[in-house]
Design a binder for this molecule. Structure first.
Ligand SMILES: Cc1cc2nc3c(=O)[nH]c(=O)nc-3n(C[C@H](O)[C@H](O)[C@H](O)COP(=O)(O)OP(=O)(O)OC[C@H]3O[C@@H](n4cnc5c(N)ncnc54)[C@H](O)[C@@H]3O)c2cc1C
Length: 503
């Protein structure tokens, strides 16, 4: 049986749920999800400038963290539309933490010039947002299917007109007038990540195969403070940046402050700067972790604000109230993604992207902390509005099925990508990685890994979270964005790309 809907939304994180919710009243929507993505794991919060805060200051902080590489017009949408989206979330039932006087509690995170990050359940913001959005979507009657999208269907005039869904018992076809990829980042392409396993870059691989371009793929953000559990692979627990926002500091093996004197904001410098400092300290000392010291923070504050982190630490025998926390950087967030305009449209008619999977230009070369849940809320709504206003009637007659394919050696792909496109990169290693990835098939992980390596190897300068030890400074010559497409042989081809032209 062939199912159909006006719009198929792939992914049930903050971006997919916001899109589905925004469309529910005007379009028939089918939401397909392969399980929990990063959203319910988010800890620190959502950045929103309201009250005595100024969206212009939020914009300024976002651009500084993004190393001057953001698109100011999309950042303006993010910071100006954000507070309204957060207010709607509250109206839909999300319970954010409040101070004794009833006002929303706001905390500080790296790169923010003032406390503007609202949070829920102490450090369980994503779980609360996910719960509230899911129940709001359920109330609308949007249909949901558990399964993995394994293919896109294109009409003979090049429009995406449906998807293939594998629900574990078979593959079903769903016809649609538009398909929205809200599939999250690429954590599972690295050996260790804060992302859960469902975040595998499927949407990016499908988009590339369908003829879309990816942009800013070299900007992969590594979170500096991921709990060092001794595990060599898979999803690792995060120690949210908000712990540093409350006063925790990074120390080396001899107890010396790592960030003192390195940046005016010290431990609250933008994430790329802190991650590089931690990596350099580990390399200098020949260690596989450093320490986060939260012992100066009052125990009642730690218990109230960070129950999730306390529990993760306790599981490895660390009492964060009295012990230093072993941490090391791990892959965390993809700043680039599928190139879209400000309403989520990709280069392929009928195909949209939103959330971490998309690249609208809001994150530049390095995402500002707590801007990504906000991105899902703001751009999810924008995509929904655009598809409410206009949805082309799909043409009939199918010409092509774009398949996801299967990775035969996923662990080998992760090893190559982790070694070559981690925090510190160099040209030789990236060239070797490209050769090593060549025979590893054309599944989603291999496709995404090749795109990251191709972009990172092309960009011969350093900015934001792309740091080349052989080209350690920003270079005017590389001030443009890089787009990756697949050539006729399915190999990544990198081109300079004018981001502004997309909007
Ligand atoms: C531990 C952690 C802490 C974080 N803390 C914060 C924070 O405090 N503040 C902040 O702003 N951001 C934070 N982030 C980042 C933020 O959580 C993510 O960027 C954001 O949630 C991404 O939302 P999304 O909807 O784009 O994707 P996700 O929430 O990752 O959802 C992706 C969805 O796509 C589905 N999917 C993928 N492939 C397929 C397929 N082939 N078929 C069907 N479904 C598919 C998945 O099943 C999932 O439902 C954190 C991330 C992590 C991992």
């Amino acid at each position: 049986m062939t199912l159909s809907a006006d719009v198929v939304v792939i992914g049930s994180g903050v971006a997919g749920l916001s899109t589905a919710l925004g469309l529910a009243a005007t379009r028939s929507v089918l939401l397909v999800s392969a399980g929990d993505g990063s959203t319910p794991w988010s800890q620190g919060g959502v950045a929103a400038a309201f009250g005595d805060d100024d969206p212009d200051e939020h914009l300024h902080d976002t651009e500084i963290a993004g190393a001057g590489f953001c698109d100011p017009r999309t950042v303006r949408m993010l910071v100006e539309e954000g507070p309204q989206r957060v207010a709607e979330l509250i109206a839909q039932g999300a319970r954010f933490d409040r101070d004794a006087d009833g006002s929303l509690s706001r905390t500080l995170e790296g790169g923010h010039s003032r406390p503007r990050v609202v949070h829920a359940g102490g450090d369980a913001t994503g779980a609360e947002i996910h719960r509230a959005l899911r129940s709001a979507v359920q109330r609308t009657g949007v249909r949901t299917v558990e399964g993995r999208v394994t293919g896109l269907i294109k009409s003979d005039d090049g429009h995406v007109v449906g998807v293939l869904v594998d629900d574990g018992e078979g593959v079903e076809q769903v016809d649609a007038r538009a398909v929205v990829l809200a599939t999250g980042g690429i954590g599972n392409a690295y050996l260790t990540s804060t992302n859960p396993p469902a975040v595998s870059g499927d949407g990016l691989a499908l988009a590339l195969r369908a003829g879309a371009s990816l942009v800013d793929m070299e900007f992969v953000q590594f979170h500096p403070t991921v709990l060092f559990t001794g595990a060599s692979g898979g999803q690792l627990p995060l120690v949210t940046e908000a712990v540093r926002g409350e006063g925790a500091v990074l120390r080396d093996n001899d107890g010396r402050r790592i960030m003192a004197g390195l940046h005016p904001r010290a431990d609250l410098a933008p994430r790329d700067i802190v991650a590089r400092a931690v990596e350099a300290t580990m390399r200098r000392d020949g260690t596989d972790h450093v320490w986060l010291d939260a012992t100066a923070i009052r125990p009642d504050v730690l218990r109230r604000r960070f129950p999730t982190v306390l529990e993760s630490c306790a599981r490895i025998g660390v009492d964060m109230l009295t012990d230093q926390i072993p941490i090391a950087p791990a892959e965390h967030f993809l700043c680039g993604g599928i190139r879209t305009d400000r309403d989520g449209a990709t280069d392929v008619p009928g195909l949209y992207a939103v959330g971490e999977a998309a690249a609208t230009g809001v994150h530049g070369a390095n995402r500002l902390a707590s801007n990504s849940l906000l991105e899902g809320l703001v751009f999810g709504r924008r995509v929904a509005t655009a598809l409410t206003l206009e949805l082309r009637r799909a043409t009939t007659g199918r010409s092509q099925t774009v398949l996801l394919g299967r990775d035969h050696e996923p662990e080998r792909i992760r090893e190559v990508l982790t070694r070559s496109a981690g925090i510190r990169r160099d040209g030789l290693q990236l060239e070797t990685a490209a050769e090593e990835l060549e025979p590893l098939g054309s599944g989603p992980l291999a496709t995404v890994a090749r795109a990251v390596v191709a972009a990172a190897s092309t960009r011969r300068d350093s900015r934001g979270c792309h740091w080349r030890s052989d080209h350690p400074h920003p270079d005017e010559q590389w001030s443009g964005h890089l787009a990756v497409r697949l050539d006729h042989d399915g190999r990544p081809a990198v081109q300079q790309h004018d981001l502004a032209a997309a909007h």
